[in-house]
Design a protein around this ligand. Structure first.
Ligand code: GLU
Length: 511
């Protein structure tokens, strides 16, 4: 029988979640949903040195904002709780000792100073120090010391670690769902630390394998930076006797800089003006801040759509996908091996596409807080209508104020260029006539006003452009904005006449 699909997102709370991490979570989620499986959130917080307060909350909040739902894990619970590794510490020692007993791992007592000295010695000889099969028999380990000596040292409280005893000169054969078959000779690998007595905590490798096993994970989908750890992980499964039930692996390609070379970093974002994190972040230690997609005005649907296509392609020309469509279309076969270059302009394009598809009511919800910031109190109906009229010209809801402020406030000043061009000659006289025409209209709806005014312009033989641009100067104060009847019907008759009067009162026509 096929194993039930169970995937996990397993971030370490070491700071804000990079968008590459969000993409990993997303692909796990899509894969789980595609196969009717479970999405698990495990927090890998065994590296106490790198723990950052607030990072876990940030991760949870980011996933929530993105619409990535967790079935089991931190914040949700489930049959394998706890899902925070720091709360599972009793479990790991047992497994580490099991490996020592089976000869797959050993105690090492080397002090930090001794290791430093070895490192310096190697450097002096122009080599990099590796704790491996070449040196381990000579060092302070249970491979060399007698059982009594080892016991004595542990009993008197000496610090120790448990290291994996990497086999010598063996080819580890691995399969990756994205990269295919991979082989690595173990002689190139060192003896990784699995457990440390100092903080009674496992390292990433041990905790990760034990938990994936206990939590019955079927597929490990994670970033490419973990590919070098894969041989060790394969060997750990073998050492525990779990090879038959080990998960399948898929290593996702890197997110690359917009310029191509290298991994997308916060520095790239700062330099080129785009966020590399989903949400705004303030470091509790330094107070440094980083911008986020949410606070920059992105819609979560657009952000997710953009991320989904960085590394996966649907095999068609389709670019816009709802989460449900992503679930239906997603497969690891279509995840590319090579890195995906991040394109800031494309991110904006996605946001524009989603924004243009919002209804007036949906826009109102997003636009009202911005209006309130500008001291404008209006109904949702009007907020949504203004936004709806202008949305096609914006990529972000945050751009709407500049595009729609004239719907809510009379011009405080008149743009010079526009005034010089239209506030002269016959135009003031014609505007006075137009005022009378408008004052006589009862039904100020867009269609009626348009038909009355155009009938009048035609009858008088005036130029439509001249008349409309002069009216625009009065109502908008500048050469921008939508069709004039959109504005008149929005602000109404009284306000239209008031703004025309104000133009006469405040601006003397050019000679
Ligand atoms: N804790 C690791 C990380 O921060 C998880 C890697 C994995 O998924 O195995 O990325």
């Amino acid at each position: 029988m096929e194993k039930a699909v169970r995937v996990r997102f397993a971030p370490s709370p070491t700071g804000p979640l990079h968008i590459g991490g969000v993409r990993t979570a997303l692909y796990n989620y899509l894969f789980a949903r595609r196969h009717g499986g479970k999405m698990i959130l495990r927090i890998e917080d065994t590296d106490s040195q790198r723990f950052v307060p607030g990072a876990e909350e940030y991760i949870l909040e980011s996933l929530r904002w993105c619409g990535i739902e967790i079935d089991e894990g931190v914040g949700v619970g489930g049959p394998h709780a706890p899902y925070r590794q720091s709360e599972r510490r009793e479990i790991y020692l047992r497994y580490a000792l099991q490996l020592v007993e089976a000869g797959w791992a050993y105690y090492a007592f080397d002090s930090a100073e001794a290791l430093d000295a070895l490192r310096k010695e190697a450097e002096a000889a122009g080599k990099a120090f590796a704790y491996n099969h070449e040196v381990r028999e000579r060092l302070e380990t249970s491979l060399r010391l007698s059982a009594e000596e080892v016991e004595k040292r542990i009993a008197r409280g000496d610090q120790w670690v448990i290291r994996f005893k990497m086999p010598e000169n063996e080819v580890v054969k691995m399969d990756d769902l994205i990269r295919g078959h991979v082989e690595v000779n173990t002689s190139t690998l060192d003896d990784k630390v699995l457990y440390k007595s100092a903080d009674r905590l496992p390292t990433y490798h041990l905790a990760n394998i034990v938990d994936d096993h206990l939590m019955e994970i079927s597929h490990v989908i994670r970033g490419e930076e973990w590919l070098p750890s894969l041989p060790l992980h394969y060997l750990l499964y073998r050492a525990f006797g779990w090879s038959d039930s080990q998960p399948a692996f898929a290593h996702l390609p890197l997110l690359l800089k917009p310029t191509g070379g290298g991994k997308l970093s916060k520095r790239d974002g700062d330099k080129m003006g785009f966020p590399v994190f989903p949400l705004f972040w303030r470091s509790p230690a330094t107070g440094d801040t980083a911008r986020g997609y949410r606070e920059d005005g992105y819609l979560p649907e657009a952000f997710i759509n953009m991320l989904a296509l960085l590394g996966w392609n649907p095999g068609t020309e389709q670019e816009l996908f709802t989460m449900r469509e992503l679930v239906e279309g997603f497969s690891l076969d279509r995840v590319s091996k090579s890195g995906a270059r991040f394109q800031p302009e494309k991110a904006k394009w996605f946001n524009a596409q989603y924004m243009h598809r919002l209804s007036d009511a949906e826009l109102a919800v997003l636009y009202q807080p911005i209006l309130r910031e500008h001291g404008i109190e209006v109904s949702d109906e009007l907020a949504g209508r203004a936004a709806g009229i202008m949305k096609e010209r914006a990529s972000f809801v945050t751009e709407l104020w500049d595009l729609t402020s004239f719907f809510f406030t009379a011009p405080a000043e008149y743009e010079e260029k526009q005034a010089r061009k239209y506030w002269k000659g016959d135009n003031p006289r014609i505007l006075r006539e137009l005022r009378e025409v408008l004052a006589a209209i009862d039904d100020f709806s867009l269609a009626n006003t348009e038909s009355v005014v155009h009938g009048w312009i035609e009858k008088q033989g005036y130029g439509v452009g001249q008349v409309m641009n002069t009216l625009r100067l009065a109502l908008v104060g500048a050469g921008k904005g939508p069709g004039m009847y959109d504005v008149t019907s929005f602000i109404g008759k009284e306000e239209t006449l008031r703004r025309i009067d104000r133009l006469f009162e405040t601006l003397r026509p050019a000679e």
